[in-house]
Design a binder for this molecule. Structure first.
Ligand SMILES: *[C@@H]1O[C@H](CO)[C@@H](O)[C@H](O)[C@H]1NC(C)=O
Length: 414
């Protein structure tokens, strides 16, 4: 009896502490989203404890393995993921020295010129892998019939920019150059990624414009110059200890090879100089111009926005200026002429995502220069909703996001 009471008390504390995710009311399937939020917080807390006990370092191999298993547990119900699938030939190999996992739908094997999707996983250039993305990659390959090549690029901070981008680029080049032996149609090569992977995909499209048929930018990070966007302010209160945590800025610092002491400066937009804030670069990410009102829930938000431009840490900016303004890092800061000639661009954005506005603004800028864009906005989704297209915590919106990707692959490439 006493044991049961103690057990009950522990569960109560767990529920009280963790299931407080402040999930916005309009998000459906509240309970599942709270479990997801709790799962991610538990990962953060466990790693935090292990780091403080000296068992591991943040973003060590052990930390990353643990993160992969947490994602697999949440998305499949098993920490070790899925078993053999009779409908897919799954093989690990290297392409230009980079580890990839290839998913070939059995139905595609007899076909000599198959379409392919080269995919770059998310995780802030710092976490996750082909293992944690295995369920999503299987689903896309199986449902679309397209060959999927998932890239296990090296991660920051051990490998900061440009290493992750270069690894992904090398794989895409390999696929282009070896499409005959891979039985892939040279005009049916798509690339894509979510979050940091979307950032990488957008950068590669600038380099390989005419060799790519279609790019998928799913909840992408597309600029690092303004962390005071409407989506940041509007979504900061939600899922604020997991997915929308301000701590996520550390991923950007990892990628840019910067010390965590600059966290505050980034969050306050103090990382750019006063002169930069008044420069025409800011026109390229001007929210008044490129963010249609329909995407903003809080119509009074304008009054809460920082409109001062006469501040900034000059010294920090002098260190990072060349990286922040490079379209390979901030694809939204590309000038109009660079946007022309890009492949058909598919952009997915989520309503309750702090980087929602990046994808929306990119879509508007591409349309402005006459580029073909398919923009899907999921107002009730959060940043990682696409992980939950299956498994025990399957979300209706997650299923829809992945089905829309699959339908587009079939429609444009088959
Ligand atoms: C911006 O950086 C400068 C120089 O380091 C510092 O004096 C100032 O307090 C910072 N402002 C904010 C808002 O972080």
């Amino acid at each position: 009896m006493i044991r049961l009471t103690i057990f009950g008390a522990i569960i109560a504390v767990f529920l009280y502490t963790y299931l407080d995710g402040n999930v916005p009311e309009p998000i459906p399937e509240q309970f599942k989203v709270k479990i997801i939020d709790a799962g991610m917080k538990t990962y953060g807390l466990t790693i935090g404890t292990m780091v403080s006990l000296g068992i591991t370092d943040p973003l060590s191999d052990l930390d990353r393995k643990f993160a992969d298993h947490v994602i697999l547990l949440l998305t499949t119900g098993f920490p070790w993921g899925l078993g053999v699938d009779p409908d897919l030939k799954i093989s690990d190999r290297t392409m230009n020295g980079v580890h990839v996992r290839m998913y070939e739908p059995m139905t595609s094997l007899p076909v000599s010129e198959r379409p392919a999707l080269v995919y770059f996983h998310g995780g802030g250039w710092s976490l996750l892998s082909v293992d944690s993305y295995d369920p999503l990659m299987r689903k896309i390959a199986k449902a679309s019939g397209v060959v999927v090549i998932s890239v296990n690029y090296r991660l920051s901070p051990q490998y900061p920019y440009p290493v992750p981008l270069q690894d992904c680029h090398d794989v895409v080049e390999y696929v282009i150059e070896n499409c005959a032996s891979l039985n892939i149609h040279p005009n049916k090569i798509a690339i894509g990624g979510d979050s940091a992977g979307g950032n990488i995909a957008a950068a590669i499209s600038y380099k390989l414009k005419h060799k790519i048929a279609l790019q998928f930018l799913l909840v992408p990070v597309l600029q690092m110059a303004n962390w005071n966007t409407k989506s940041y302010i509007e979504n900061a209160p939600y899922l604020s200890k997991s997915i929308n945590s301000p701590d996520s800025i550390c991923f950007v610092l990892n990628y840019l090879n910067l010390d965590y002491k600059y966290t505050r400066d980034f969050l306050n937009n103090n990382h750019t100089s006063a002169a930069f804030k008044a420069s025409d670069y800011m026109d390229l990410i001007d929210q008044n111009r490129w963010l249609p009102q329909q995407f903003v829930r809080d119509k009074t938000l304008m009054s809460k926005l920082e409109t001062r431009t006469d501040f900034g840490d000059e010294e920090l900016f002098s260190i990072i200026e060349s990286r922040i303004t490079d379209p390979m890092v901030s694809p939204l800061l590309a000038r109009d002429d660079m946007l022309k000639g890009l492949p058909l661009t598919y952009i997915a954005t989520s309503g309750y995502d702090v980087i929602r506005d990046d994808g929306i603004m990119y879509s508007e800028r591409l349309k402005h220069v006459g580029q073909k864009v398919i923009h899907q906005h999921y107002s009730e989704a959060f940043h990682n909703s696409l992980f939950f297209a299956g498994g025990p915590l399957k979300l209706e919106v997650g299923e829809r996001i992945v089905q829309d990707i699959v339908d587009t692959l079939k429609d444009k490439l088959l």
